[in-house]
Design a protein around this ligand. Structure first.
Ligand code: BES
Ligand code: ZN
Length: 640
C-alpha cells in the first residue's frame, strides 16, 4: 500500500506536476484496480446531486461541520493550518472523501480513529482542471468521522486578496479579504465547494496582534484586539458564504442589531450613509418572515473590492464606492440584506440556477427600497436596471439570455451577466402583476418559510409556483408563458417595465437643450437625485460634439463627480469621443477603484477606441497589482 508518507516523499524527488499525475494514476489503480480518469469517477458518482463545478462525492459523504485553525501570515501572503471536517457518511461502504481545492499545498491528512487517536490518511491531489481546480481524494472508511487536512494557501489563491499597506485607506497596515462566491472558497479552504450542501463552521484565526479578524459568523467573541480570534457560525451555510477579512478594523454600532466594521477613515461616514439598515431589516422581516441570522453588520472594504457587495451572512462585505455622503446608492445594502432571505436562506443548488439567488434578491431589494424610500425612487432604480440589462444583453449570446442555463464546462465567473439579476427580477414582477400584490406577497413569504436552509433549483421552484399560485388560480398564466421566461432567450414582450415620471421629466429637460430651446444653465436640474442624473447622462446622444461635452462639464462638473456611478456613466460617454478632460480623472479612478462592474466597462470603452487602447494597456500595467485576481482576469479578457 502507498502511504501518505511515501507520497510526500515523492514530492521531493519529482517536479510537482509529474508528482500529481503519477500519484493520481497510482491511487486510481489502487482504488479501482483499473485506470479511470478522475472525471469519470466524478460523473459516475454524482447521481442525485449534480453540481458541474464540484468534484465532491456528496452521495457518499458530506461535511456537517467545519473547524478552521489558521494563521494569517502577511509576509508570506499565506494562510496556513488545518481544516477539520466532521463527516456524515451516507454510504457506509464508501471508501473515499473527495473535496475541492485550487492552488492549495496539502501537507498531510489525519483522521480520528474510534479510539480517539489521530492516524495518517492516504490522499492524492488529482490533475488540475482549469475551471474546477484539483480534487483532493482521501482514502478512508466510514469509521472515521473526523479528519484534519493540514495545508497552506499559495499566491494563486483566487479567493483571497492580500493588500499591502499602501493599498488600504489608512495606509498603515496590510489588509486581507476573501471572496468565495462562486467557486473560490476552495482556493483557501479544502472543502466540498458546492452550494448543494450546507455546513456549520467555527474558526480559530491568528493574525498580527495589531489587526482585527472578522468572519461571516458570530464576531462578538473578540472583544480584545490581541491577534487571536474565535468565530462560530451556528446556522448552516453553503461554502461560498464562508468569508474572512483581516485589517486595521474598527467597529461602530448603528442600531442594536446593526453596525459597521471599517478602517477608521470610513467609520463615521459609513455609519451616516447606512443608517437606514435597521429599517430595511424590519421591513424585510415583516414581508418575508423572521431574519434568521442574529446580527447584521457591514464591513467596508478597501476600494479594490471586486464587487459592489457580497452577502456574507451576518456581515455583508461592501465597496466604499457607495459611500457618497447622500445615501444615494444604499440600494446595494437593500440588495445584500435581501440575500439574507433569497440566497442565504434559500440557496441556488448549483451555479446554473444563479437567478434563484440574484433574481429574487433584485426583486426583494426593489421591494424594500419601495417600502423605505417610496415609489418614485424604486421606479427609477428598477428602470435604470432594466436599461442596464438591455445594454448588457446586447453583448451576450442568445442562449445566455435565458434564465435557465447549463454551465457544464464553463467557468461561472465567465458566464456572469445581469440576466439572472434583472430578467429574474422582471419574471417575478410579471408574476406579481398577474396574481396581484397581495397573493404574490403571500407566495413569497410561504416560499421563504417552506424552503429555509435548503437548496433550490429551477424545476423545484416551478413546482412550488405551480402548487401555490398557478394551480390555485387557473387561467392567470400559461405554462407556455412561464417557459418563455425560463427557457427562451430575450425579454418577453409583456414584461412589466417600471416607468418613471421623474425620468420623463428629465428627458423633457434634455430635449429642451438638444433642440436649443433652453441653455443648459436654465434647465430645471436643481432637485435632481443621483438617479435622475444617471438617466440624464445615459440619455445623451452618443455623437455629441466636444463643445457640447465641454458645456455639460462646465455647467454640471461631471468629470469631477465624486459619485462613482455618475463618473463612470459620464466616462462611458466621453471616452469614445476622445474628450480630453476625462482622461486625468479616469486614470486616477482606474488606479484607485477595483470594482469590476466599473472598471471592466471602462477598459472596454478604451480598448474600442483605437487612439486610447495603448493608453489603457499602460494604465493597466500600473493598476494591475492593486486589482483583485478576479478583476485582473476579467480585464485581461478585454485587453489582450
Ligand atoms: N452575490 C453577489 C456578488 C457575486 C455574484 C459574486 C456572483 C460572485 C458571483 C452580490 O450580492 C451582488 O449581486 N453584488 C452586486 C450588487 C448589485 C447588483 C446591487 C454588485 O457587486 O454589483
Ligand atoms: Zn446579489
Amino acid at each position: 500500500m502507498i502511504s501518505a508518507k511515501l507520497l510526500e516523499g515523492a514530492h521531493t524527488l519529482k517536479p510537482l506536476h509529474a508528482f500529481v499525475i503519477s500519484c493520481s494514476f497510482l491511487i486510481m489503480v489502487l482504488f479501482h484496480g483499473s485506470v479511470v480518469a478522475n472525471n469519470t469517477i466524478q460523473q459516475h458518482s454524482a447521481n442525485s446531486v449534480t453540481d458541474p463545478h464540484s468534484f465532491a462525492n456528496l452521495q457518499d459523504v458530506r461535511t456537517k461541520h467545519l473547524s478552521l485553525d489558521l494563521t494569517v501570515d502577511f509576509t508570506r501572503k499565506q494562510l496556513s493550518g488545518y481544516a477539520e471536517h466532521q463527516l456524515e457518511w451516507l454510504n457506509p461502504n464508501a471508501t473515499r472523501f473527495i473535496v475541492d481545492t485550487r492552488a492549495l499545498v496539502i501537507e498531510k491528512v489525519q483522521g480520528q480513529a474510534l479510539d480517539g487517536n489521530w492516524v495518517d490518511i492516504k490522499y492524492v491531489l488529482g490533475i488540475t482542471d482549469a475551471i474546477k481546480g484539483q480534487p483532493l481524494t482521501m482514502q478512508l472508511t466510514s469509521k472515521i468521522k473526523t479528519i484534519r487536512i493540514f495545508y497552506h494557501t499559495t499566491a494563486d489563491a483566487t479567493g483571497l486578496q492580500w493588500l499591502s499597506t499602501v493599498q488600504t485607506t489608512e495606509k498603515k497596515h496590510p489588509f486581507l479579504f476573501s471572496q468565495s462566491q462562486a467557486i473560490h472558497a476552495r482556493s483557501w479552504i479544502p472543502l466540498q465547494d458546492t452550494p448543494a450542501i450546507r455546513i456549520t463552521y467555527q474558526a480559530n484565526i491568528r493574525t498580527p496582534k495589531e489587526l482585527l479578524a472578522v468572519m461571516s459568523a458570530d464576531n462578538s467573541q473578540n472583544m480584545q484586539r490581541d491577534g487571536d480570534y474565535q468565530f462560530s457560525m451556528p446556522q448552516k451555510v453553503p461554502a461560498y458564504l464562508i468569508a474572512i477579512a483581516v485589517g486595521d478594523l474598527h467597529f461602530k454600532e448603528m442600531s442594536k442589531q446593526t453596525g459597521i466594521y471599517a478602517e477608521k477613515a470610513w467609520l463615521d461616514k459609513a455609519v451616516y450613509e447606512f443608517a437606514d439598515t435597521q429599517k430595511m431589516i424590519d421591513v424585510a422581516s415583516k414581508l418575508y418572515g423572521e431574519y434568521h441570522w442574529g446580527r447584521y453588520d457591514l464591513l467596508i472594504l478597501p476600494s479594490s473590492f471586486p464587487f459592489g457587495g457580497m452577502e456574507n451572512p451576518r456581515l455583508s462585505f461592501i465597496t466604499p464606492t457607495v459611500i457618497t455622503g447622500d445615501r444615494s446608492l444604499v440600494s446595494l445594502i437593500a440588495h445584500e440584506l435581501a440575500h439574507s432571505w433569497s440566497g442565504n436562506l434559500i440557496t441556488n443548488s448549483s451555479w446554473n440556477d444563479l437567478w434563484i439567488n440574484e433574481g429574487f434578491t433584485n426583486f426583494v431589494e426593489n421591494r424594500l427600497m419601495r417600502e423605505v424610500y417610496g415609489n418614485e425612487r424604486a421606479d427609477m432604480e428598477a428602470n435604470l436596471s432594466y436599461h442596464e440589462l438591455v445594454r448588457d444583453m446586447s453583448g451576450l449570446a442568445a442562449k445566455d439570455t435565458a434564465l435557465k442555463v447549463d454551465l457544464l464546462g464553463r467557468d461561472p465567473d465567465d458566464a456572469f451577466s445581469l440576466v439572472p439579476y434583472v430578467k429574474g427580477q422582471l419574471f417575478l414582477s410579471w408574476l406579481e402583476s398577474k396574481f396581484g400584490k397581495a397573493h404574490f406577497d403571500d407566495f413569497m413569504a410561504a416560499y421563504f418559510s417552506k424552503h429555509q436552509f435548503q437548496s433550490m433549483d429551477t424545476s423545484l421552484f416551478l413546482q412550488f409556483l405551480n402548487d401555490e399560485l398557478v394551480g390555485k388560480y387557473p387561467d392567470v398564466v400559461t405554462s407556455q408563458q412561464i417557459s418563455q421566461w425560463i427557457d427562451m432567450p430575450g425579454i418577453p414582450a409583456d414584461a412589466v417595465i417600471s416607468q418613471s415620471d421623474a425620468f420623463a421629466k428629465v428627458e423633457a429637460q434634455l430635449k429642451l437643450w438638444l433642440e436649443q430651446e433652453q441653455p443648459l444653465r436654465r434647465l430645471n436640474t436643481s432637485k435632481w437625485s443621483v438617479h435622475e442624473w444617471l438617466h440624464f447622462i445615459n440619455m445623451l446622444p452618443r455623437d455629441l460634439s466636444l463643445a457640447h461635452l465641454s458645456e455639460l462639464d462646465e455647467v454640471f462638473m461631471l468629470s469631477s463627480s465624486k459619485n462613482a456611478e455618475i463618473f463612470v456613466a459620464w466616462a462611458r460617454i466621453t471616452i469614445p469621443r476622445n474628450y480630453p478632460p476625462i482622461f486625468t480623472p479616469l486614470r486616477r479612478f482606474l488606479l484607485e477603484v477595483g470594482r469590476t462592474k466599473f472598471v471592466v466597462p471602462l477598459y472596454k470603452e478604451l480598448k474600442a477606441n483605437p487612439e486610447k487602447s495603448g493608453w489603457a494597456t499602460a494604465i493597466y500595467r500600473d493598476a494591475r497589482a492593486g486589482y483583485h485576481p478576479l478583476t485582473q482576469s476579467a480585464i485581461e479578457k478585454v485587453l489582450f
